[in-house]
Ligand binder design. Structure first.
Ligand code: NAI
Ligand SMILES: O=C1O[C@H](COP(=O)(O)O)[C@@H](O)[C@H](O)[C@H]1O
Length: 249
């Protein structure tokens, strides 16, 4: 039987990349604080709610197998009051409701900014180039370079807690730079962490289907330039990216 999946932040860029490829593959429930427009609003069950509204989130989550949690403030420069509310409090609300509703898995949209401070002056810009062999693999401690990154590291830690304490399966995807059709132009960092739309959809598809306990994986395409390892995503999720920013240089 088709799995039912709650997609929070469904109206945004990552949500669109996922639905563009997977709209027919799951029984979706779409949640966003803005009313959804376009084809997915007409063809799928959708809920307009704020992610910190505990009652609305509990209602939306009832009966689903998996949650993909994207809703939040995605701005690297976002101020503390916004990330505290939308990213940290919102993620805790989702995880608590998921446990109470016996959800099997939560896939959390973490970010490259949870580890942004590894990009020191000594390492960059070499880090973004093909010859450089430095890799982060998800076993390192978080090292955020801004408060947005702190909020993503907090979301990962909340996931760890809800896994250890309640047995919830949690996969944190440290998404790189999702850009449609081609990697960012004249931006080496963005090219090293490019995630194409179709690789994004495939990665979240694998995170819905695979078996795991608690995982942190990197969400990038198979770029020649890279400083994030794809090993864990390949091994645990069966991720097989098809795109490479080098093909667009
Ligand atoms: N786009 C990217 O390259 C990356 C995105 N991410 C993360 O992925 C997630 C999605 O990002 P994007 O799709 O790019 O952002 P977006 O801004 O395009 O979409 C976010 C969606 O969440 C909704 N939303 C925001 N706060 C909400 C709240 N309190 N309650 C309910 N809905 C709310 C917005 O209305 C919007 O539709 C975010 O958590 C972001 O931090 C992480 C790394 C890279
Ligand atoms: O987490 C995120 O990261 C990407 C890439 O970061 P950037 O600083 O190189 O732009 C960003 O585009 C996205 O908005 C953000 O949510």
């Amino acid at each position: 039987m088709e799995q039912s999946v709650l997609l929070t932040g469904a109206g945004g860029r990552v949500g669109t990349a996922i639905l563009d490829d997977l709209a027919e593959d799951y029984d979706w429930r779409l949640l966003d604080r803005e009313p959804l427009t376009g084809e997915y609003a007409e063809t799928h069950d959708s809920v307009v709610a704020d992610i910190v509204d505990e009652t609305a989130v509990r209602e939306a989550i009832e009966g689903v197998d998996v949650v993909i949690h994207l809703a939040g403030d995605p701005r690297p420069e976002a101020p503390w009051d916004s990330v505290l509310r939308n990213n940290i409090d919102g993620t805790q609300t989702v995880l608590e409701a998921a446990v109470d509703a016996d959800v099997e898995k939560v896939v959390f949209a973490s970010s490259n900014h949870a580890v942004g401070a590894f990009e020191t002056d000594e390492r960059t810009p070499d880090l973004y180039r093909v010859h450089d062999e430095f890799r982060l693999d998800g076993t390192e401690l978080p090292r955020p370079g801004n408060l947005y990154g702190v909020s993503k590291a907090a979301g990962e830690t909340l996931g760890r807690y809800y896994h250890d304490e309640y047995g919830l399966s949690v996969c944190c995807v440290r998404i790189g730079n999702l850009t449609k059709d081609h990697p960012p132009v004249d931006y080496e960092r963005g090219q090293a962490m490019w995630l194409s739309y179709r690789d994004c959809a495939h990665l979240f598809d694998r995170a819905i289907e695979a078996d795991y306990g608690y995982e942190i994986v990197y969400g990038i395409s198979d770029n020649d330039r890279k400083y994030y390892s794809l090993e864990r995503a390949r091994e645990v999720l069966g991720y097989e990216p098809r795109d490479n920013s080098a093909a667009h240089e």
